[in-house]
Design a protein around this ligand. Sequence first.
Ligand code: PRX
Length: 641
Amino acid sequence: MSYPYQIKSLEAYHEAYKQSVETPDNFWGDIASHFFWRRKWDSVLEWNFTEPKVEWFKGARLNITENCLDRHLDTLANRPAIIWEPNDPAEHHRVLTYKDLHYKVCQFANVLKNNGVKKGDRVCIYMGMIPELAIAVLACARIGAIHSVIFGGFSAQSIADRLIDANAEYIVTCDGAFRGQKDIPLKSVIDDALIGCRFVKRVIVCTRTRTPVSMIKGRDVWWEDEIKKIETLGMTTCPAEEMDAEDPLFILYTSGSTGKPKGVVHACAGYMIYTNYTFVNVFQYKPGDIHFCTADIGWITGHSYIVYGPLSAGATTLMFEGVPTWPDAGRFWEIVDKYKVNILYTAPTAIRSLMGFGLGPLQGKKLSSLKVLGTVGEPINEEAWHWYDEHVGKKKCPIVDTWWQTETGGMLISNMAGITPSRPGWATLPLPGVQPLLVDENGKEITEADEDGVFKGNLCIQAPWPATIRTTYGDHERCRKNYFSTYPNLYFTGDGALKDKDGNYRITGRVDDVLNVSGHRIGTAEVENAINMHAGVVESAVVGYPHEIKGQGIYAYVISQTTHGDESLIRKDILQTVTRIIGPIAKPDKIQFVKGLPKTRSGKIMRRILRKIAEGETENLGDTSTLLDPGVVDDIKSGKV
Ligand code: PRX
């Protein structure tokens, strides 16, 4: 497999960028011509950001799995597509070649069909990181069903919310999932979720942990039994469903600043082209390289850079079931040496947490196969960047700092390994096709730099890239309001950024009420709603504060109903409630019981003040004169956790 559109020099980057902006239709049309289409497009791009309407490769027909699997079979049939490293290093690893993966995807696609799944149906996938997860995802795409993967750490309530929103009648899950020393009972969580979701017709359960499960007659079936049925029926192939370029490929739920998580929808053609293009260019993937993205497929990073980007490029993608610190903090390095990993793509949180273990776990590890390192999900602090560079990359591997979002489908701002310069803490230059703009609160372009020559503003994008969010499932107006209405004719990212005079960007973090905890997005409103479900809670306010490992920690100010009693008990109960409503990732790191919250006369909580107190600032809290009762602030300050 060759990549004629792979950029090989800094000049070529500038040239590609120029073309992508001046003649986007030619630029993306050329790239798309290297893929497999059942029918070519009538137009490359039609769009407006007011509705919004974004249509790439309109009129084209394709199936993404033919691009990820079938088209590689002539030349790459025996190349490993997925290498799977189990949680327990004593267990055997698995290798699925392109031929194997194609076979298994077709097989499971037939299982889905045999269970009534049709094109356009939503299938919820709630599994651990085993190859069957990737197989289930691809099998949905094969038959044109819309997958909605839910991260294995979400609670029954969160699953139910998503099932209802997507009206998903089919579920694929496992008995359980191994993560470090934990054995997470996935099927039993699904059972709880389904108590209020009677519309679910079928649950397909794959065996992994052998945790006892209860199977409901008529609803639940075993993956393995269903495969046997398919074999008995002699169904060994499964023709790929012909999809329209703009048909939805998947829904992935993500948190916003208000309300419940939104179902971000990506479309077949644009998403395929863009994840492939960014994978090949940012990592400078060379045929035969082993690519290890440590994310979970439950997040967008896993969708784009474990499954679709690498497989559409005929790459070898490594899937890891476990956690970086089990059985010890040398696990990533062991995996790198074991499989001679060439590209390692991980989150700053993981780097910071591994840094905390010192250099011991790196001792005796060669890491000599590594060529490219990457980070994603949150700003990387310079200390972590240098540690990664020195101790993992041995100062010979470029580090790509990739900035993007669930809504953007693929990377938007990032250096390209060894092609465009890297700079600690900076995502650097926009990728071809991406036109960022920094604006002030009124949407006016920032044209004045500070004394250091740096521009500072809210980060927007001026025109669509192929993997632009198309809609939020079932509620297009919500999509418009959230992303396209803050500033007319711009996609608003929700992030703040700096730009230097050479056009390099540094992302400073969210400017809305969204937290980024260990690289995972959590809405403050979501956590507050969960805390408020606790019977003893009157009201709460949640803010982020700097956390050494997680990047941001969750700080909750809680007004409790009881003025007496054991605080530590209520604290535990609240944590339990949040775990039950959202999942353990949303558990507050700190809970402070307060008598009142700083509110304006119109009843709005002034989070700015709470944020400052959580950060340890007690003096410069800004203007507090508009507060209904300024006295609560002193009270809160004196009780800071
Ligand atoms: O704040 C930015 C941060 O993560 C947010 C997107 O989160 P999510 O949709 O969960 O996707 C994470 C994986 C793509 C962004 O709004 N973010 C992501 N990458 C970076 C980052 N912040 C700084 N630097 C990055 N490289």
